[in-house]
Design a protein. Structure first.
Length: 400
């Protein structure tokens, strides 16, 4: 099928890539992109970095210009979607209108995990996922104020770096034993803890939040230990959850994300999905994974568009990620799932550049590269295209 009306739900990276790829794959009919924000679809990773720090405008973060949508004949609709009426081939919008489709793609993304603690609904408690949330944070981010960040993952640490650059006092509260515990080796966690402490951030681990206290606005954070931390405002960064309610209500199979196959098809072969809302098998790592990654969202979207147009493509790209903090660029190639050993190139206890290679049964499966773009590109290429001999050479090199 290459004509009719294709509707993409979600004006995200995946959504914009999908409408772009639909035209490239030969879709000649209508394309409608439905999103619940009136602004042009924008890049989300910079929200916790350059946008929060005031280094760029929302217009500069636009994924595509207004002219693109006009030239590609893509209609943008600002509305929420309340229901997928699969038998009728229609969407029920929040306005009450119904929108018919011949092809449907779900790029509904994810939303911040809510803090479940007393007082979490007080004024001055923020979540960072949309530009409107960042704008509210920027209103509170007055130099000299005390900002408390709940969560020591990438979003929490990126936000801490941005707020320090604005002259705020920053405390990071992480409930686990170390920051980035789910995603990095202890040596990498220790490195980022050291860097943030050197930059003036108060990093506290094993710090579970018991309650947020204030009259109508948060004034302090009380920990399970009984200790309290003064707060002029709080940012919660404890992870995201896939936005799957629409898919679930429509009867699609959901398990920590909308389940898709290698062609980005959902359990309904007439509906595709892409981005943070999806979960898929990654044969290289032998497990089903939900990847919170712009590159992965873009790859899935390209495949989803091909599937809609009847072209045979599969999701095969190597997962990769990045994080910017201060003068550091962390680039991650692959997934360190079930690693059993690491090899360091460089010294993370004193340097500001190093690579941590993750090995499983002696074979490299991933790498965390801090300010080492060459290591990142080499590892990414080897993991994606390398022969057995290439992999053996890389293993020997990193083991030196």
């Amino acid at each position: 099928m290459s004509s009719g009306r294709a509707v993409v739900v979600g004006a995200s990276h995946a959504g914009v890539q999908l409408v772009t790829s639909l035209r490239r794959e030969g879709w000649s009919g209508e394309i409608v992109l439905v999103g619940d924000e009136s602004a042009l679809p924008y890049q989300r990773p910079p929200l916790s970095k350059a946008y929060l720090a005031g280094k760029c405008s929302l217009k500069e973060l636009a994924i595509r210009s207004e002219d693109f949508y006009v030239k590609q004949n893509v209609e943008r609709v600002t509305a929420s979607v309340q229901e997928i009426d699969r038998p009728a081939g229609e969407l029920v919008l929040g306005t009450g209108d119904r929108l018919s489709y011949d092809a449907l793609a779900l790029c509904t993304g994810a939303h911040p995990r809510r803090l479940r603690a007393e007082g979490a609904d007080l004024d001055g408690v923020h979540y960072l996922r949309q530009s409107s949330g960042v704008e509210r944070i920027r209103e509170d981010a007055i130099p000299g104020r005390n900002a408390v960040i709940v969560g020591g993952g990438y979003i929490g640490l990126e936000t801490a770096a941005s707020l320090r650059s604005l002259g705020l006092h920053v405390t990071v509260l992480e409930a686990a034993d170390r920051v980035l515990e789910r995603v990095t080796a202890p040596e990498v966690s220790a490195f980022f803890t050291r860097i943030h402490q050197e930059e003036g951030v108060d990093v506290r681990t094993n710090a579970s939040v018991e309650a947020l206290v204030g009259d109508t606005r948060v004034r302090e954070v009380v920990l399970a230990s009984g200790e309290s931390v003064q707060a002029d405002f709080v940012i919660v960064g404890i992870g995201i959850e896939p936005t799957t309610e629409l898919a679930e209500a429509a009867g699609l199979v959901v398990d920590d994300g909308i389940l898709i196959d290698a062609h980005a098809r959902t359990s309904d072969p007439d509906i595709v999905a892409a981005g943070d809302c999806t979960s898929q098998d990654i044969p290289r790592y032998g497990r089903r994974i939900r990847l919170e990654s712009v590159p992965s969202a873009v790859e899935q979207a390209k495949v989803a568009a091909a599937t809609i147009c009847g072209n045979d493509k599969e999701v095969a790209a190597l997962p990769w990620f990045w994080s910017d903090q201060y003068d550091l660029k962390l680039q991650i190639a692959g997934l360190n799932t079930a690693y059993d050993d690491i090899v360091m190139s460089g010294d993370p206890t004193r340097d500001r550049d190093f690579t941590c290679y993750y090995l499983r049964k002696g074979e490299p499966i991933a790498a965390d590269c801090v300010n080492r773009p060459r290591d990142f590109m080499t590892t990414k290429r080897m993991l994606t295209q390398g022969t057995a001999a290439d992999m053996a050479a890389l293993t020997a090199e990193v083991a030196v």
